[in-house]
Design a protein around this ligand. Structure first.
Ligand SMILES: Nc1ncnc2c1ncn2[C@@H]1O[C@H](COP(=O)(O)OP(=O)(O)OP(=O)(O)O)[C@@H](O)[C@H]1O
Ligand SMILES: [Mg+2]
Length: 1013
């Protein structure tokens, strides 16, 4: 609210007051005043005013002068000695009176008080709940009752009283009929938006920054552009749980000083995500000075399985909510109402009874009857006193029997142009912008605004709803129906043909405001197009609406929207059906993927492939089969391989080189990662990659890039791999961003592990786990990786514990990898204890494809298990078996391009030869192994080779060279230990492990590892 002199300007409700008296101004004159007051600190040119207030029409500049004159007149200002508006000839105007601003909860608080009768008991209960909330005990109250019974009125009266009584924050959001259920968190976002408009905005922003980044990004204007990317990265993979938890924490934080009342109106139209917020807010423990008030009509959610009913029942059982049902007003309430509205009136005694009988005690019907009587001159003012102009007996027949009929009769009395505007408005919704109604062939915005203002003045059908910018930045006055039932009454009168025509006009007017990237209005437009029977465009907008849901991480809601769109497919032109259905099903699959529902995701992509096959659309089929690789990677790698091989065969014949190379890269990459490493596959992969780079590097999808980076890494090219993995981390929230992100991070951890950068490795693991925890996700991938690291630093028990914990919580398809690592670690733990049989069993289980089916890089672990077996038999002195396993291991290691495996293969061969006292063979093997360590940075195995070399020299009494290699081994070990952060406990675990201790020179007492280096 802006104050100047004795005036109060209420921009939200479009009103100017002098004291308690309203100053009437034409809508445009008000706009001019509002604009000048809002920019009171500077000179405003005529052009600026024209641009701001008449953005889409050409207006004669003289018009501004005319309105300024009108404003001056209303304010009582003089142009020769202005106190308010000063004219700077040929330049413009400046508002010169001092303007102050008061904190306003005006967006959340009702504009003006209405008479409320009855409801004392319910009001008292609300106050009692608020008292509890003020003491820190959160409360949820559901005010229920039929349409028009008086829920909103009660809540309004309570809010006004609460705001007058104490310092309190108020946030209010409204569910919307029709498209509202398709807009995730619609009323919550609205409530938050209103809080952000209040004077304490900074506190709200800070709360979002600190507790609710996933909500912060829903308000792009709050985020500085340089912070946007970080924020996107940090919110990738956000789940519904996180989003809901964050808003709860944010709101609770806002109750630290003053209590907060959050009102969510008309929950019978709520979206599922909003219900989640209510449910969570009500269930959370911990004190919060929070009162959550919901209103709804039980009659609109009768089905027992309706989510709102289910929620309410559950909360009631657990005593987490209070229901406040509102009954009809009784006869004495109606009498009180007449007394309050017409003080000192001289009405016959039975008037209240007649009105009560007619209205059935429905408050809305009652007030409408009374207004109607005034309009029709049945209630009149005579000599300053209200009286009835007819006898009571004559009054009754003049009252239409239902509210609908009454409103229809009122409507019939309006002028043709008023009716036209209301018809159009009823199609636009409970609340609408004047701009939206101004379609080309019809009235101008100014004319419509004048019509609306006239209706407001006469308190007929409409009330003002403030002034707001449309998504394209155009400011427009908004109005709303006095009650949802008024809109319904008007809308219901329209024939189907006119409805459809008006929806079409509206859709045509609004659709330029909605395009990819600026798609706030998508759900609303989808509804208009559907009602206009333009199903094509309805589906297009439903797709955008599903994207909006995904941007709010509300994938279930996105699925609902997409399912609805799928029902429209049969109404499309036959030649578009397949293409659209495919697009929708793909998105269904993506949403399931984001929800972590891999089985459903795979089912959707399979449906796409089948649909594309029926329609003979080869590229779409190839893409669907390619997409299947992602879910199958987690649930059934063999099916993933089968799908992508089918895709390759299809793509061969199609003749699109780009498509073919892309598919081939994915196919061989998948085989290499999930099946077996074959050198020829790698060559195919490289050539496909080269082709893609040559054709168009921008056409290589991120997922493919990540696969390729993994393959580079598996050949010891860590620097290249890390660079492309880093570049592959998505910068914004796309459907498969989480998958790609995790894939990139997991690749990075392996590359860091194999190249011995343990500190950086742990940093990624830690932040990955923290990210998963925030998102309420299972951090499995980071746990597997940490377990892998622990096996390298001899913490076998730690590795096993980590894996066991993941196996317990993992979904059916995830445990393969941690089970294998747990067995691997278990094998070495048993070996350390000298339990050779048990150790061998663990390693054999990894090699058994029935016990351990395929998983990501399973061949790496199988080879490592073979090495484990060789170590077991070596320790057990069973040289024949040790040699067999070692030879087997070396042969398979050399069939890969992985340098760690190569070096380890030569190392074990050398160790077996040493045990066999075949010095020559040992010498040759270790030399070949050391050669590998010189070509690649593989410190985690390099130290072992030097240790073996040293051992071999020692055996052949070449002590000097033995010491050289011991020192090399020691240096590598120490640098690995150094790569950990100083306070990392694993550093000590590594340095004190027996095989490592054997290498390290005896330490002079009291000197740390660091000092010795
Ligand atoms: N207790 C009351 N005393 C006097 N008038 C009332 C009372 N309650 C409601 N009214 C009148 O009835 C009208 C409709 O009431 P209200 O909007 O509160 O209904 P509602 O229950 O919120 O309906 P809906 O379910 O459609 O939202 C109000 O505009 C107000 O004029
Ligand atoms: Mg209401």
């Amino acid at each position: 609210m802006k104050h100047f002199d004795a005036f109060r300007l209420d921009p939200v409700n479009h009103r100017l007051w002098r004291g308690e008296e309203r100053v009437t101004l034409a809508p445009k004159a008000f706009d001019v005043l509002r604009y000048l007051v809002q920019h009171a600190d500077r000179l405003v040119t005529q052009e600026e005013i024209l641009e701001a207030l008449w953005p889409d029409t050409h207006v004669n500049p003289e018009v501004v002068k005319k309105y300024v004159l009108e404003v001056r007149k209303a304010l009582g200002d003089r142009s020769d000695r202005p106190t308010f508006i000063e004219t700077f000839p040929r330049r413009g105007y400046q508002f010169v009176a001092p303007v102050s601003e008061t904190s306003d909860t005006s967006g959340s608080l009702p504009a003006a008080a209405v008479t409320m009768v009855g409801r004392d008991a319910q009001h008292a209960r609300l106050e009692a709940c608020f008292d509890d909330a003020r003491r820190g005990q959160r409360r949820l109250v559901l005010v229920t009752g039929e349409a028009g019974v008086g829920k909103t009125t009660l809540v309004d009266a309570f809010l006004r009283r609460a705001a007058a009584r104490a310092s309190v924050g108020i946030a209010r959001g409204q569910c919307v009929e029709g498209f509202g259920g398709k807009e995730s968190y619609y009323p919550v976002l609205e409530a938050l938006g209103l809080l952000l408009h209040e004077t304490d905005r900074n506190r709200v922003v800070q709360a979002l920054v600190r507790y609710a980044p996933t909500w912060l990004i829903q308000f792009p204007s709050l985020v500085k552009s340089d912070a946007r990317e970080t924020l996107h990265r940090e919110t990738i993979g956000t789940t519904r749980e996180r989003m809901v938890r964050e808003i709860c924490e944010g709101l609770e934080h806002l109750t630290i000083d003053d209590p907060l009342i959050v009102v969510l109106e008309d929950l019978h139209w709520a979206d599922l995500s909003t219900l989640d917020v209510i449910s969570t807010l009500a269930r959370r423990r911990g004190s919060a000075k929070l009162l959550l008030l919901g209103t709804y009509r039980p009659g609109d959610v009768v089905a027992a399985e309706n989510p709102l009913n289910v929620l309410k029942q559950d909360l009631l059982i657990h005593r987490l909510c209070t229901e406040l049902p509102l009954a009809h007003l009784d006869e004495s309430d109606v009498g009180d109402y007449l007394v309050a509205e017409f003080s000192g009136a001289d009405f016959p005694a039975g008037l209240g009874g007649v009105i009560h009988r007619h209205s059935g005690g429905n408050a809305l019907f009652m007030t409408t009857i009374v207004r109607d009587m005034v309009d029709k001159g049945v209630i009149v003012q005579e000599n300053g006193r209200w009286a009835l102009s007819k006898t009571l007996a004559d009054v009754a027949p003049t009252v239409p029997p239902t509210l609908q009929q009454m409103l229809e009769a009122q409507f019939a009395r309006l002028s043709a142009v008023e009716q036209r505007v209301l018809n159009q408005a009823s199609v636009a919704g409970d609340r609408f912008s004047v701009w939206a109604l101004a379609t080309e062939s019809d009235l101008t915005s100014d004319e419509i605004e004048n019509v609306c203002e006239r209706l407001v003045e006469r308190q007929q059908f409409l009330q003002p709803a403030g002034f707001a910018d449309l998504p394209n930045g155009i400011p427009s006055a908004h109005y709303e129906f006095r009650h949802a039932l008024f809109r319904e009454a008007v809308y219901r009168r329209l024939s189907e043909v006119s409805r459809s025509r008006l929806h079409r006009l509206l859709a045509a007017r609004l659709s330029p405001l909605c395009s990819p990237g600026q798609q706030e209005l998508a759900a609303e437009l989808a509804l208009h197009f559907e009602e206009a029977r333009e199903y094509d465009r309805a589906v297009d907008h439903l797709i955008l609406a599903a994207e909006n849901a995904a941007a709010r991480f509300a994938y279930r809601d996105a699925l609902q929207v997409l399912q609805h769109a799928l029902t429209l497919v049969p109404r499309l032109a036959i030649e578009r059906q397949a293409e659209v259905e495919i697009q929708l099903l793909e998105r269904v699959g993506d949403a399931h993927y984001c929800l972590g529902a891999m089985v459903e995701c795979a089912r959707a992509y399979e449906a796409v492939a089948a649909r594309a096959a029926r329609a003979g659309l080869i590229p779409a089929r190839v893409n669907a089969l390619s997409a299947l690789v992602r879910p199958f990677a987690l649930i059934d790698p063999d099916r993933g391989i089968a799908a992508i091989e089918e895709a390759v065969i299809l793509s061969v014949g199609f003749g699109d080189a780009l498509l073919h190379s892309r598919t081939e890269l994915l196919a061989v990459g998948n085989r290499l990662l999930f099946d077996t490493w074959r050198q020829e596959d790698w060559e195919i992969c490289e050539s496909a990659h080269r082709t893609l780079q040559n054709l168009d590097p921008t056409e290589v999808p991120e997922y493919h890039r990540m696969i390729y980076a993994h393959l580079l890494m598996l050949q010891g090219r860590y620097t290249d791999a890390l660079a492309s993995l880093e570049a592959g981390i998505p910068k914004k929230n796309e459907p498969i961003a989480l998958g790609v992100h995790l894939f990139a991070l997991s690749g990075k951890t392996v590359a860091l592990l194999l190249s011995g950068q343990f500190g950086e490795f742990m940093r990624i693991v830690r932040s990955g786990k923290a990210m998963a925890e925030k998102n309420a996700n299972n951090p499995w991938i980071f746990v597997f990786r940490e377990a892998w690291l622990r096996t390298l630093v001899f913490d076998f028990d730690g590795a096993r514990r980590l894996c066991d914990a993941v196996v317990d919580h993992a979904r059916s398809y995830l445990p393969r990898q941690p089970e294998a690592i747990a067995r691997f670690a278990g094998g070495y733990a048993e070996l350390e204890q000298g339990h050779h049989e048990q150790a061998a069993r663990s390693f054999e289980e990894i090699l058994d494809p029935v016990i351990t089916p395929k998983f990501f890089l399973h061949w790496y672990w199988r080879m490592s298990a073979q090495l484990g077996l060789s170590n077991v038999w070596l320790a057990a002195g069973s040289l024949g078996r040790a040699r067999r396993e070692a030879d087997h291991f070396l042969a398979s290691a050399l069939s890969t391009g992985e340098p760690n495996l190569h070096a380890l293969g030569w190392d074990v061969r050398a160790r077996v030869s040493i045990a066999e006292k075949d010095w020559e063979a040992a010498d040759e093997a270790i030399e070949r192994g050391l050669a590998v360590t010189q070509r690649f940075t593989i410190p985690t195995v390099a130290w072992r080779l030097h240790a073996t070399r040293s051992e071999l020299c020692r055996r052949s009494k070449n002590d000097e060279t033995a010491e050289v290699h011991r020192r090399r081994a020691e240096t590598i070990i120490l640098s690995l230990a150094e790569s950990f952060e100083p306070d990392e406990p694993l550093r000590r675990t590594f340095l004190t492990a027996r095989p490592v201790r054997k290498i390290l020179a005896p330490r002079p007492p009291g000197r740390s590892v660091r000092e010795r280096r």
